[in-house]
Design a binder for this molecule. Structure first.
Ligand code: ASP
Length: 429
C-alpha cells in the first residue's frame, strides 16, 4: 500500500489534493453551520494559512529564479540576431493569440447574449475598481529606474529587460566575466533545486486553496450570472482545446494530447492558485521535461506570465458584451475593434496575479464608454472565473514557447514524444 502511494507522481498528488479540497470545501459549505468551526478554525486559519503559505513559497522563488534563468539563458544564446528573432516571434504570437481570444469571446457574447434580459436591480454592484494607466506609461515602466527596486518589488517586465541586458553583456565579455557567469549558473541551479523542494508541498497547498474557495462560495452569486459564466467557460474551452492544439499541430506537428497529458498538472496548479506568476517555476520545469530548452523558456515563460493573458482577454470580451447588453448599449464594429485592441494592450504590463484582469477591464470599458459599475456586477463570481482563466493563460505561454523553441531548433522532439529522457533535467513531478 505504502509502495503504491509512493509511486503516485507529484502531478497526480496535486490533482488528488485539488479534488479532495473541493469536496471538503463543499462539505464545510453545506453541512457545517457552526461559524466557529467553519470560519474561525478552518476558513480563516487552517486553510488560509496552508494556502497562503504555499503561494508565498512559490512567489519567493519567482524573482531569483526568473532573473538567474534569463541571464543564463540569454548568455547562452549569445547571438543577438537569434535572440531578436526569438523575442520578435514570441511577442508576435502572444499578441495574435490574445487578439484571437478576445474575438472568440465577442463572438460568443454576440451569439449567446449573456446580458440580455438581466434585471440590473437584483444584482448588487460590489466593486470599486479603477486603473489609470496609459499605453505610454506601460512602455515607460518596462525600463527600470532602479533595477534593484524592480527586483525587490517583483516588477516582471523591468526584471526581464534588465536580465536580458546582463545576459547579452555576459555573452559579449565571455572569459572576462566568467566568474559572474558561473555565479548566475549556480544561482539558477540553486533556485531549480529550491523549486523542487517547495513543490513537494503543492498537494497540501492546493488542497487548502481549493477548500477555502469552495468552503465560502455562495452559489446564489452565480445563478443570475450563469449565462455570463457559461459564455466565459465556452470561450476558455475553445481557446484551450481548439485554438492551442490547432496552433501546435500547424506549427510543430506535435501531438496536442501528449501535451495536455503532461501539462495538466501545471494547469491544475494555476487553477488552484489563480496566479500565472507563481506558476512560472512549475511551467519552466514541465517544459524542460518536455524537451524544451531552458534558454528559450526562461525568457518566454516569465514574459508570457506578464504580457500574455488569453484567458483574461476572453473574460474581458464576454464582459464587454454582457455589460453592453445589460445596459442596452449598441456596440458597432469600430467599438468592437477598439475592444480587441484595448484588451490586447491591457494584458501587457500587468502582472499575473489574482483578479488583475478585473482591474484592467476598466481600461477596456473606458475605451468604448461602458459603465464601470457593470464590473461590480461580475465581481462576485470573478474569483472562480479567475481560476479557469489563469489555467488558460499559462497554457498559452507554454504553447507559444513550444512553437518558438521548435522553430528555433531549441527543442528535443524525441523527449517530447517520450522516446528519450530529458538531458540534465531532474523532474519535480
Ligand atoms: N489571475 C490571472 C493570472 O494570473 C490574471 C487575471 O486574469 O486576473 O494570469
Amino acid at each position: 500500500m505504502i509502495d503504491k502511494l509512493k509511486n503516485i507522481s507529484l502531478g497526480n498528488w496535486i490533482l488528488i489534493g485539488m479534488v479532495l479540497g473541493l469536496i471538503f470545501g463543499l462539505f464545510l459549505n453545506f453541512n457545517v453551520h457552526d461559524p466557529f468551526i467553519k470560519n474561525v478554525i478552518f476558513m480563516d486559519n487552517v486553510f488560509y494559512l496552508g494556502g497562503n503559505l504555499f503561494i508565498k513559497l512559490m512567489k519567493m522563488l519567482v524573482v531569483p529564479l526568473v532573473f538567474c534563468s534569463i541571464v543564463v539563458g540569454v548568455a547562452s544564446i549569445s547571438d543577438i540576431k537569434t535572440l531578436g528573432s526569438i523575442g520578435g516571434t514570441t511577442i508576435g504570437i502572444y499578441l495574435i493569440t490574445t487578439a484571437i481570444a478576445v474575438s472568440i469571446a465577442l463572438g460568443i457574447g454576440i451569439l449567446i447574449k449573456p446580458g440580455l434580459g438581466l434585471n440590473m436591480v437584483n444584482v448588487a454592484s460590489s466593486a470599486n475598481v479603477t486603473l489609470n494607466q496609459t499605453m505610454v506609461d506601460t512602455i515607460l515602466n518596462m525600463v527600470p529606474d532602479n533595477p534593484i527596486n524592480s527586483l525587490a518589488s517583483g516588477d516582471m517586465l523591468p526584471v526581464i529587460i534588465f536580465g536580458l541586458l546582463v545576459g547579452i553583456i555576459l555573452a559579449k565579455l565571455k572569459e572576462e566575466t566568467q566568474l559572474v557567469s558561473d555565479l548566475f549558473t549556480q544561482g539558477n541551479r540553486i533556485m531549480m533545486e529550491m523549486t523542487s523542494i517547495v513543490m513537494k508541498f503543492a498537494p497540501i497547498g492546493v488542497f487548502c486553496l481549493m477548500a477555502k474557495t469552495f468552503g465560502g462560495l455562495g452559489i446564489e452569486g452565480i445563478l443570475p450570472l450563469s449565462k455570463y459564466f457559461v459564455c466565459v467557460l465556452i470561450g476558455l474551452a475553445i481557446q484551450a482545446f481548439v485554438v492551442y492544439p490547432s496552433l501546435l499541430v500547424i506549427f510543430t506537428r506535435l501531438n496536442p494530447i501528449g501535451f495536455f497529458k503532461k501539462f495538466a498538472s501545471v494547469m491544475f496548479f494555476a487553477f488552484s492558485s489563480s496566479t500565472s506568476n507563481a506558476t512560472i517555476p512549475l511551467n519552466l520545469d514541465k517544459l524542460s521535461e518536455m524537451g524544451v530548452s531552458r534558454d528559450v523558456s526562461s525568457f518566454t515563460i516569465p514574459l508570457g506570465a506578464t504580457i500574455n493573458m488569453d484567458g483574461t482577454a476572453i473574460m474581458q470580451g464576454v464582459a464587454v458584451m454582457f455589460a453592453a447588453q445589460a445596459y442596452g448599449i449598441d456596440l458597432g464594429t469600430s467599438a468592437l475593434l477598439t475592444v480587441i485592441f484595448t484588451a490586447v494592450m491591457a494584458s501587457i504590463g500587468t502582472a499575473g496575479v489574482p483578479s488583475v484582469g478585473l482591474v484592467t477591464l476598466t481600461m477596456v470599458f473606458n475605451s468604448v464608454g461602458l459603465p464601470i459599475e457593470a464590473i461590480g456586477i461580475i465581481f462576485g463570481i470573478d474569483h472562480i472565473i479567475d481560476m479557469f482563466r489563469t489555467a488558460v493563460n499559462i497554457t498559452g505561454d507554454a504553447i507559444c514557447t513550444i512553437i518558438v523553441s521548435f522553430r528555433n531548433k531549441a527543442m528535443d522532439v524525441d523527449v517530447f514524444n517520450g522516446k528519450k529522457e530529458p538531458e540534465e533535467h531532474k523532474s519535480i513531478m
